[in-house]
Design a protein around this ligand. Structure first.
Ligand code: CS2
Length: 486
């Protein structure tokens, strides 16, 4: 069957880019070409191009793998986004990606050129929490992060986010070219400020004047991004072919819901993302906190609970009465840690989240969400747990989520079958837990992992007690056995 690469290949009832793709130049370099970028920023940019035009197409860079790039190149940058909701699925073909570049596979020079090109006015980022290399304790660069260490040693041959951005900004300054705006689209708290702190610290280690120039001229707006996008499943190509009438090896699937809240600070201009429904605000922090604590915090909790009790997908978790009751309790507890937010009813938001998790047409694996726990826990579970304690809230929901993560860290199911944690600190965790069999010792070792638990939580007797008690019950009875008594 034909491979998607031209409009004519596509079935008539499928939405296609409503603009002449070749008439629009590249204005955005995206770092982190994955399913989420395709289902989120690329779609908003497609809508913006259709509504207001402009030279805002995207050069999308994959930092490590070559596969996503090859798939897109074979299709002239076109790909399908399947939106799946309760009532079924619809497809649209997105045209906003003009070029795809594989940084580690021969395109390093093209990436450098794209980042220094005066027409590039925005750099968007989705490299996941662990891709930044931020030392959360200092807010600066984590010198033990492989890409940070490499790029500080070889600033002219960077491999990671900070190295690439700082080299490009230095060249722009030297050439008298206006800097680009840096827009993080990862699930980190205050992602703009966090990225700024990283970049300033990294730059300052080479050149204090460059640091000051970046501090004075580069904007780092924060943004809250939201669209549940599972890793593409094996059945996707067949389903896409049926809908599209041609083959698409670069398709992605996401839920119907999509949200983007952005601070409107783009000195070099921006696409009309509001055409796709983006909300521009003065301060993103309260939206980010709400989403990280309610959606992502609950997601992590249910991923550990579900994975450990044999639930492959989030929707299976929601069909289990004990787990879905935990989900609702967690949503409530997370909502109680938030300050009121104009125009948003947290109860309704919680109900909507539960419905999104129940989505019968989306196969979102609990194991996917469970990965990188040490990078996710601080903003999703530990920060709200601290706030909850401070205001005299019930420590149990957060303690249960923490204990589920600790149980997951053991790396084996109740029947002894092993699994990989898929966490950047996986080997460190295994070393710490080696030879420990008792819940108190295991919890103690994990509480003591450097730079993970905030001091206030480690020192909270009620929280520690509840975590230890829960972990010991899970280990004595099995996770399902513990759950049955909740
Ligand atoms: C999930 C997120 O994998 C995870 O950790 O919690 O990717 C989540 O699906 C998105 O943030 C939804 O916007």
């Amino acid at each position: 069957m034909t491979r998607l690469s031209r409009r004519d290949d596509i079935a008539d009832d499928i939405a296609v880019p409503a603009y002449d793709r070749d008439a629009h130049g590249v204005g955005i370099v995206h770092l982190g070409l994955g399913a989420f970028h395709k289902a989120h920023q690329a779609v908003y940019t497609d809508d913006a191009l259709a509504a207001e035009g402009g030279d805002w197409r995207i050069a999308a860079v994959s930092l490590r793998s070559a596969r996503a790039v090859e798939e897109l190149r074979a299709q002239n940058g076109l790909f399908t986004v399947i939106s799946s909701g309760v009532s079924g699925s619809t497809a649209r073909v997105v045209g906003s990606v003009a070029r795809a570049l594989a940084h580690a596979h021969g395109d390093a020079e093209a990436v450098r050129a794209a980042l220094t090109e005066p027409a590039t006015r925005i750099v968007t980022i989705t490299v996941t929490e662990k891709g930044y290399g931020i030392d959360r304790a200092t807010g600066g660069a984590d010198l033990s992060h492989p890409a940070i260490a490499h790029d500080l040693a070889y600033p002219d041959a960077p491999t990671g986010l900070a190295g690439l951005l700082v080299r490009a900004l230095a060249r722009r300054r030297d050439a008298g070219v206006e800097p680009f705006t840096v827009l993080s689209c990862d699930n980190l708290p205050g992602n703009g400020a966090l990225t700024r702190g990283l970049i300033l610290d990294f730059a300052g280690r080479r050149d204090a004047r460059l640091r000051d120039w970046i501090a004075g001229t580069v904007a780092f707006p924060s943004s809250m991004v939201d669209r549940i996008t599972p890793a593409p499943g094996d059945d996707l190509p067949v389903r896409v072919r049926r809908m599209l009438g041609c083959d698409d090896h670069a398709a992605v699937e996401a839920e119907t819901f999509s949200q983007w809240v952005i601070e409107d600070r783009f000195p070099a201009g921006r696409p009309a993302w509001e055409a796709g429904g983006a909300l521009f605000v003065e301060d993103v922090a309260p939206y980010e906190r709400m989403k990280l604590r309610m959606l992502n915090g609950t997601h992590s909790m249910l991923a550990y609970g579900g994975f450990l009790t044999g639930k492959t997908h989030v929707r299976d978790v929601m069909r289990d009465p004990a787990l879905s009751a935990m989900v609702r309790r967690h949503l409530d507890a997370a909502a109680r840690t938030l300050d009121p937010l104009d125009g948003i009813d947290f109860h309704e938001y919680a109900q909507e989240l539960a419905r999104r998790f129940e989505n019968p047409n989306l196969a979102h694996e609990t194991y996917q969400i469970a990965m990188d726990g040490t990078e996710k826990l601080p903003q999703r579970i530990l920060a709200p747990a601290m706030d909850g304690l401070r205001t005299g809230g019930d420590p149990r929901p957060f303690a249960h989520a923490t204990a589920l993560w600790m149980r997951y860290c053991l790396g084996r199911h109740d029947d002894g079958a092993r699994y990989a944690l898929r966490d950047p600190r996986e080997s460190e965790i295994a070393r710490k837990l080696e030879g420990l069999g008792d819940a108190d010792a295991i919890a103690g070792a994990l509480f003591d992992l450097p730079a993970l638990f905030p001091k206030g939580l480690r020192q909270s007797a009620p929280y520690r007690h509840e975590v230890r008690k829960t972990l010991s019950e899970m280990m004595a009875q099995s996770v399902a056995g513990w759950l049955a008594h909740q």
